[in-house]
Design a protein around this ligand. Structure first.
Ligand SMILES: Cc1cc2nc3c(=O)[nH]c(=O)nc-3n(C[C@H](O)[C@H](O)[C@H](O)COP(=O)(O)OP(=O)(O)OC[C@H]3O[C@@H](n4cnc5c(N)ncnc54)[C@H](O)[C@@H]3O)c2cc1C
Length: 406
């Protein structure tokens, strides 16, 4: 089969990897001129880690990743007020957990297919026209081509979804927050392998020191109005952050001042994408495009990889009947993703506490997480993946994978 995949992010490249390993022809289309290198830090574990293990990329993730030791909530004076040692998370997961930049995960996945799967950068699927035997796909820049299946792996603001399923507003469930992230060189202080976070009612600033003397910053704030437009330019985004966080204490004034040097600001609404269907004819959605859990899920990238693995496996299993494969993918994965979305949205009201009391309560509770039974009570359900990964990988495919990724 020939499969067009819009978006060379986490889901898209994983899907291309597995399709290629099953002998199908995948074509990745990515709107950016190259893979993005900036972004934010993610925790990577669970089913996604298992898929990455089968793809043999975990050693690369370990090299580019960080064994974070502590999440530390600080007060205005920078002193510790709450938080936990991360082994309460990693121990129950048998250390199958790594924190890394989203872009490093995307790059590691892409490296496994680079040169083997056709990728068209600086372009996007722009039209999808389907008949009983295939799909004519039009692009913004290149000439149109015909495929058997087209997949939207183009993230939260998916264009394939818009083209085939309808406007974003129909599917977006706004969780009441805005999130911004950027990276800076030579910021001081540094706290190695420690995620440091400061909150005031409805606002939170965090920093994490990474290699090459760089620091990643994450801003999250409550914004009940989902309609306020996020500026398209970095200058506009910086202005919003300066305004919202102008009176926030701790290191915030220094961070805002240093932000002027930041080259790229990620800024978005914190939303989920909830859909009843990820399939329409020969078009499918995967990853955030169809089932974004949001950053509150703490597992979106692993879930995106899992969906991609299952979609590729079901297409391979269905042989000449892609529609059957697509249907099996949706039936197999959707209840699990819906459950994950529910868990994440339950957490939304307390993610950045609204009041000083809420912040103090969170600090106290997280300090108590040193007690394993309490950690299990608070996090157990959150980190458990109640989904058994299907096995599609035959000996023949294993041999193919070894060739793909020796
Ligand atoms: C601040 C933050 C923290 C997070 N923390 C975690 C965490 O701790 N753990 C975790 O697992 N997940 C986390 N996530 C979620 C995770 O980043 C996503 O779930 C994951 O990246 C989804 O992968 P994806 O491939 O579906 O989409 P993306 O990674 O967004 O990739 C989409 C790709 O499509 C491309 N694209 C977009 N539009 C088009 C178009 N029209 N044409 C062609 N290409 C296009 C984009 O350039 C991009 O390359 C976090 C998210 C945020 C915002």
């Amino acid at each position: 089969m020939k499969i067009a995949i819009n978006g060379a992010g986490i889901a898209g490249s994983t899907l291309a990897y597995w399709l290629h390993s099953y002998g199908h022809e995948a074509v990745l289309i990515e709107q950016a001129p190259r893979l993005r290198s900036s972004g934010y830090i993610i925790d990577f574990w669970g089913l996604g880690y298992d898929v990455a293990t089968m793809m043999r990329i975990v050693p690369h993730l370990r090299v580019s990743g960080y064994d974070v030791g502590e999440v530390r909530f600080v007060g205005r004076d920078g002193q510790r007020r709450g938080g936990f040692a991360t082994d309460v998370l990693t121990r129950p997961l048998d250390k199958r957990f790594v924190s890394l930049k989203r872009s490093d995960l995307a790059a590691a996945i892409y490296a496994a297919i680079d040169g083997k799967v056709e990728t068209i950068f600086r372009d996007s699927v722009a039209a999808i026209d389907e008949d009983a035997h295939g799909v004519d796909v039009g692009f913004d820049h290149h000439a149109g081509r015909r495929f058997d299946v087209v997949v939207g792996a183009d993230g939260l603001h998916s264009r394939v979804r818009e083209l085939r399923f309808g406007r974003e507003e129909q599917f977006e469930v706004y969780l009441g927050y805005r999130v911004a992230a950027f990276e800076l060189p030579a910021y001081r202080p540094r706290d190695e392998l420690t995620y440091v976070s400061y909150a005031e009612p409805g606002k939170q600033v965090s920093r994490f020191s990474i290699r090459d003397d760089r620091t990643l910053f994450l801003f999250v704030y409550r914004e009940p109005d989902s309609t306020i437009i996020i500026p398209a330019t970095d200058a506009g985004r910086k202005a919003v952050l300066r305004d919202v966080f102008k009176d926030v204490g701790w290191e915030c004034p220094r961070i805002l001042e240093s932000m002027e040097r930041a080259e790229e600001i990620y800024f978005d609404r914190v939303s989920q994408i909830q859909m009843r269907n990820w399939i329409k004819g020969r078009t499918a959605l995967v990853g955030d495009a169809g089932a974004c859990v949001s950053l509150l899920g703490g597992e979106g990238s692993g879930l995106a990889m899992t969906e991609a693995y299952v979609l590729a496996g079901e297409l391979a299993r269905a042989k000449d009947n892609p529609l059957a494969g697509l249907a099996r993918y949706q039936v197999g994965m959707m209840p699990f993703l819906q459950h994950k979305q529910k868990m994440a949205s339950r957490f939304a009201s307390s993610f950045v506490p609204k009041t000083g009391f809420g912040i103090a309560l969170r600090n106290a509770i997280t300090s108590l997480m040193a007690l394993p039974f309490l950690a299990n009570l608070l996090l157990g359900r959150q980190i458990r993946d109640d989904f058994g990964l299907p096995h599609y990988v035959s000996d023949e495919t294993h041999a193919g994978i070894a060739k793909l990724n020796p």
